[in-house]
Design a protein around this ligand. Structure first.
Ligand SMILES: *[C@@H]1O[C@H](CO)[C@@H](O)[C@H](O)[C@H]1NC(C)=O
Ligand SMILES: *[C@@H]1O[C@H](CO)[C@@H](O)[C@H](O)[C@H]1NC(C)=O
Ligand SMILES: [Zn+2]
Length: 710
């Protein structure tokens, strides 16, 4: 029998101080949990403050929120708190001349124009003159005129369908609906198919499912002039410094070479989209393409009235601006050079009450509890780094620049990145994504947090874990599904660029985790306070899970990663991959044999590691403990391919090429295989590199160079 691992997640005060550098010992004191101290009233107060003004990246109001967060971190007692600025290329509309879309009649006169901004409906702050006109960040400026084509969700298959109907997007302006993929992917496909402009809109079918009368401010659904803003850049980070940090004096590529869309893009609401749709000519769109507007959706091209055209007037421009991360550090008492990172972005498209300010409120409350505990002499074993990122909305800009600047130190020292972008967008269930190494920690911690929903408790689901399991069952009846990490928030640079295990989570209201008012003017304090989370109980629950996870990783003597789940994950994913591509691979003489043996080796190495090896550890010997933890930290890192010239260097998961939000397992290979004419030599090489990396994970766990039995 080995010595059991001692998780001290719930005993932070007892084991964290210098007096107990190792924690085999039992101490008979009533355990207090930091997470019990989470205060809903305080969460509400932070959120009210954070959402009083729009805080778009690079604006004075964004800096104001940075100063607020810095001052709070200092007040709470963190050891070191700094605002870390970067000068980066952002994008803004013209405040004086909003972007518009027109229908031109045969003489070129405008017979219809869009407004260019969202109408104030309820909360006083909605009327603030500091609210920008609506825009898609990094849209090219321009005034294209052309025929309109309706491309449904703007996925590759939608453009293919249009072609199959004899309709090309070439030289046309595309009207596409939000809802199935990241908007940057929609724009990229539109460009590939030759479009000269893209108009994005939100259809009531997805965004006002209970009708146009049951919308904000009475409900969480979209009124007809609500507009989803957002970036349409597919790359991440400052576009002028790909893969290196935007520090003073850094080399910058010319803007023309930056990886940015080169056509105008503009989002509108469904009141205005209706006018475009009801004038469209062409055949009726198929039933799956019909939305909930009271019009017959047609494909186009062009309008029913001969010679009518659509014209976009887009004045969105790229501009250098300064963005601000706030980095607060609480030094660990035993292992100050091991970092547990808690991250959330701070910049918003408008007031951002859900995205990201709900997460910022949670982060502040966690900083308060840890800071106050530290002032009382109770520090975590490892260092906590509280990161309030700037300019996430533009493309993970603040976090990626920081990760690039500190890549070497982070690669050596970061244990985990716990990211919460949105803490609450609904009251249905927790929805976490994470690396397989973190699954067990998610199960353990969510079982220790009481269910914020009394109806769920009454239904026999007493903890956050139970509701999660109920909503997202997996093949194993005892454990819920954990999502794969795609992109779309600040965990991405950590996992995809450096191989630092990460978790991202929120409390959500729908199975997909989306919410109708996302990135609109109406993401106000009212929305959270009155509609989504009255009493802030769900935000409290999420905050408690976040603290429990932080405790788990900051205080457990042995880092609570479990490699056995990685083995199972790889076997399952490799099986899926093989089922999909085996025939094609065989036809080209490519075998997955090396994968299967490498995966078997990971599985047996993981069993040895968590069994015999862990059992024989002397937990009183800090060198043995450190070595064990170092080996655990190395596992995820082996999957980083430093030859890849991109911030997506992880060979197991990758943001999907058709939807950046989604994580694609073996994504680089999937991309190669889905190409119209796959490069089989590249596939062969890719399969071999993945096999080598999986084997490396096994080697790391065996802690020996003698992996082939010599
Ligand atoms: C839909 O439009 C038609 C024709 O414009 C109109 O007669 C009908 O009343 C509308 N229905 C609704 C529910 O608005
Ligand atoms: C959950 O949220 C919905 C609105 O999305 C609301 O109607 C319902 O009452 C809430 N349930 C609980 C238990 O808070
Ligand atoms: Zn966000």
């Amino acid at each position: 029998m080995g010595i059991p691992i001692v998780f001290v997640a719930s005993l932070v005060f007892l084991f964290a101080s210098q007096r107990f550098p190792c924690t085999g010992q039992q101490i008979d004191i009533e355990a207090r949990r930091l997470s019990d101290g989470v205060d809903s009233e305080k969460l509400r107060e932070y959120l009210r403050r954070l959402t009083q003004a729009p805080h778009v990246a690079g604006t004075e109001e964004e800096l104001d929120t940075a100063i607020y967060v810095r001052d709070k971190f200092l007040e709470f007692g963190l050891d070191s708190v700094k605002i870390v600025p970067y000068d980066v290329l952002l994008s803004y509309p013209d405040r004086e001349r909003p972007n518009t879309i027109h229908i031109l009649d045969g003489t070129g006169e405008s017979v219809f124009s869009t407004l260019g901004y969202e109408e104030p409906l309820f909360a006083p702050e909605e009327s603030s003159p500091r609210v920008f006109p609506t825009f898609s960040a990094y849209s090219a400026p321009g005034e294209p005129i052309g025929d309109l084509v309706y491309a449904c969700y703007g996925r590759r298959e939608d453009f293919q369908y249009l072609l199959s109907q004899g309709i090309s997007a070439e030289g046309k302006i595309v009207l596409a609906r939000y809802g199935m993929s990241f908007r940057g992917n929609i724009v990229k496909f539109a460009m590939e198919y030759g479009a000269i402009g893209v108009i994005l809109y939100s259809d009531p079918k997805e965004y006002a499912p209970y009708g146009e009368d049951f919308v904000y401010p009475d409900s969480e659904y979209m009124p007809d002039m609500a507009v989803q803003s957002g970036t349409v850049m597919l790359a991440n980070g400052d576009p002028t410094t790909p893969q290196w940090p935007s520090v003073p004096g850094a080399y910058r590529i010319p803007e023309a070479e930056a990886d940015l869309p080169d056509i105008p893009v503009q989002p509108i609401g469904y009141r205005e989209a209706r006018i475009l749709l009801e004038n469209l000519a062409g055949v009726q769109a198929p039933p799956e393409w019909q939305g909930a507007l009271n019009v017959t959706y047609r494909l186009g091209p062009g309008f029913a009235q001969p010679n009518w055209k659509v014209k976009m007037e887009v004045r969105t421009r790229n501009e250098m601006a300064t963005v601000h991360n706030v980095i607060g550090i609480l030094h660990g008492s035993v292992e100050p050079d091991r970092y547990v990172i808690l991250g959330n972005h701070r910049d918003a498209w408008v007031f951002g009450a859900v995205d990201p300010s709900s997460g910022t409120a949670s982060l502040l409350e966690i900083a308060r509890l840890y800071g106050e505990a530290a002032l009382e002499g109770n520090r975590p074993r490892r260092t906590l780094i509280f990161c309030s990122w700037g300019a996430e909305e533009y493309g993970l800009v603040g976090s990626l620049e920081w990760v690039e600047e500190h890549a070497n130190v982070l690669a050596d020292r970061a244990v985990i990145n716990l990211n919460v972008d949105i803490s609450v967008s609904g009251n249905r269930t927790l929805s976490p994504s994470g690396c397989p190494l973190t699954y067990q920690s998610l199960y353990t911690t969510t079982k220790s947090v009481g269910n914020p929903n009394p109806d769920e408790i009454a239904a026999g689901r007493p903890t956050v874990f139970h509701t999660w399991l109920h909503n997202f069952p997996s093949e194993d009846p005892d454990v819920p599904q954990v999502g794969n990490l795609g992109s779309g928030s600040d965990y991405a640079p950590f996992i995809h660029f450096l191989g630092i295990p990460s978790i991202d989570m929120s409390y959500i209201g729908t199975e997909e985790g989306d919410y109708a008012l996302y990135h609109s003017l109406y993401e106000t304090f009212h929305l959270v306070d009155y509609i989504l989370d009255r009493g802030f109980t769900y935000m409290k629950g999420l905050t408690q899970v976040w603290i429990e996870l932080a405790d788990h990783y900051a205080n457990s003597v042995l880092i609570p990663f479990d490699v056995r789940d990685y083995g199972k994950f790889l076997r399952r994913q490799a099986q899926d991959f093989s089922n999909t591509f085996e025939t094609q691979l065989q036809e080209h003489g490519i075998s997955l044999e090396l994968w299967w043996s490498a995966i078997d080796n990971v599985i047996s190495a993981a069993d040895f590691f968590h069994g015999e090896h862990q059992g024989s550890l002397n937990l009183e010997n800090p060198y043995e403990v450190r070595r064990f933890n170092d080996e655990l930290m190395a596992v995820e890192r082996v999957f980083i391919d430093s030859m890849i010239q991109s911030d997506a260097r992880h060979l197991i998961y990758k943001p999907s090429s058709s939807d950046t939000y989604r994580g694609e397992v073996f994504g680089s290979l999937v991309d190669l295989l889905l190409a119209a004419d796959p490069d089989w030599e590249k596939v062969k090489k890719g399969v071999s590199v993945v096999a080598h990396m999986i084997q490396s994970a096994a080697n790391v766990l065996m802690g020996s160079l003698n992996t082939r039995g010599f």
